[in-house]
Design a protein around this ligand. Structure first.
Ligand SMILES: NC(=O)c1ccc[n+]([C@@H]2O[C@H](COP(=O)([O-])OP(=O)(O)OC[C@H]3O[C@@H](n4cnc5c(N)ncnc54)[C@H](OP(=O)(O)O)[C@@H]3O)[C@@H](O)[C@H]2O)c1
Length: 331
């Protein structure tokens, strides 16, 4: 007998229609059984244009109005960092599932508030750490389980791009918007060390600061029982952005840009082997599919990137920011 397709369509809303929302919306349209139900901006013209470009069903000139739309299942929050807490809490209160851009909160205190709210309202919440869902990252984590390069001794990873031509008002430098490299891009190499090795025994960090006072570049050393992670983030130059993992019997290199890579390579005594795992679209399809699947199953968390993971990651970033003195006045 013919069986009807019963896969539930997930209806997304987007809050804050900036650069990343634009990329994310393009990928939403690449995922099946998914619609952009509504988009919200502080500007109605921007919302209307964005809705037209990305085939959104509705547009709003108020974030509050989008949250009141009962036809929306899940909200993607793509505002600057300092607004993640406010809009995540409001979305949870409106009983929406939430995918919030990284960092989930500015600090552990905020992340705990968000976790508690999601738990008490029994709604789905996840930090949009898209790299965790990248097919290459999944393949690397699986490959490492078979111990291909022996005991792991060192990770070298960074995330750097040149942004010195941007004004100090730009989101990445603006202290009122929680600018600085640690929360914006340093979060990625720290995430990689955390997902590979867990919580370190010791942390040492050094930063240099931009003319407007925001933290410009930071070196971090994480010390574990038998291995170390050398991590770096900067807005002052573009780096190669490979991630190198050294073991006693070889190396594993996640090719550039490692956080959105389509491949990795193993270097052992047998030679070099390249493994290709191309991502779909810009790379956000994988986290979108993860959220869709979790919602269809009625889950409130995604097992591969839980709220506890987000909390432990922000605790590392809290310690790094504390050591270098990159604390915001409003924290
Ligand atoms: N996953 C990734 O690869 C990735 C990459 C880049 C950024 N991000 C994250 O995504 C978030 C947004 O980054 P973005 O680069 O898209 O920033 P952006 O281009 O500046 O966009 C942020 C949007 O937030 C809204 N907004 C609300 N209040 C604001 C305020 N006071 N000042 C400025 N904007 C305000 C604006 O949308 P409306 O005007 O429409 O209201 C603005 O367009 C950040 O958390 C960042 O860490 C993630």
């Amino acid at each position: 007998m013919y069986q009807k397709n019963t896969i539930k369509t997930i209806r997304w809303g987007i809050i804050g229609l900036g650069a990343i929302a634009n990329d994310f919306a393009s990928d939403l349209n690449r995922v099946s059984n998914t619609v952009i139900q509504g988009v919200a901006s502080r500007s109605s013209t921007k919302a209307k244009d964005f809705a037209k470009k990305h085939k959104a069903q509705k547009f709003y000139d108020s974030y509050v109005d989008l949250l009141a739309d009962e036809s929306i299942d899940v909200v993607y929050i793509a505002t600057p960092h300092h607004l993640h807490l406010e809009w995540t809490l409001k979305a949870i209160k409106a009983k929406k599932a939430v995918l919030c851009e990284k960092p989930l909160g500015l600090n552990a205190l905020q992340v705990r508030q968000m976790m508690n709210a999601a738990k008490s309202e029994k709604v789905f919440l996840m930090e949009a750490l898209w790299t965790r869902f990248n097919p290459t990252m999944e393949a690397v984590l699986k490959q490492l389980k078979s111990n291909p390069i022996g005991k792991l001794r060192l990770l070298k990873a960074d995330f750097c791009f040149h942004a010195l031509d941007q004004s100090t008002e730009h989101r990445i430098f603006n202290l009122e918007l929680a600018g600085g490299s640690i929360l914006d891009i340093g979060i990625y190499p720290v995430f990689l060390a955390y997902i590979l090795f867990g919580k370190p025994q010791e942390i040492k960090a050094y930063s240099q600061f931009h003319q407007g006072g925001s933290e410009l570049q930071t070196s971090v050393l994480l010390n574990y029982q038998d291995c170390q992670a050398q991590l770096f983030s900067s807005f002052a130059f573009r780096s190669e952005m490979k991630a190198q993992l050294y073991g006693e019997k070889g190396q594993l290199c996640i090719d550039a840009d490692w956080f959105q890579s389509d491949s990795y390579r193993l270097l052992t005594q047998e030679g070099e082997q390249v493994y290709n795992h191309p991502k779909k679209g810009i790379g956000f399809c994988h986290e979108i599919e993860a959220v869709n699947t979790a919602l269809r199953k009625g889950k409130t968390e995604e097992a591969r990137w839980t709220l506890q993971n987000s909390l432990e990651l922000i605790e590392l970033l809290d310690e790094i920011r504390k050591q270098v003195g990159a604390i915001y006045d409003f924290e």
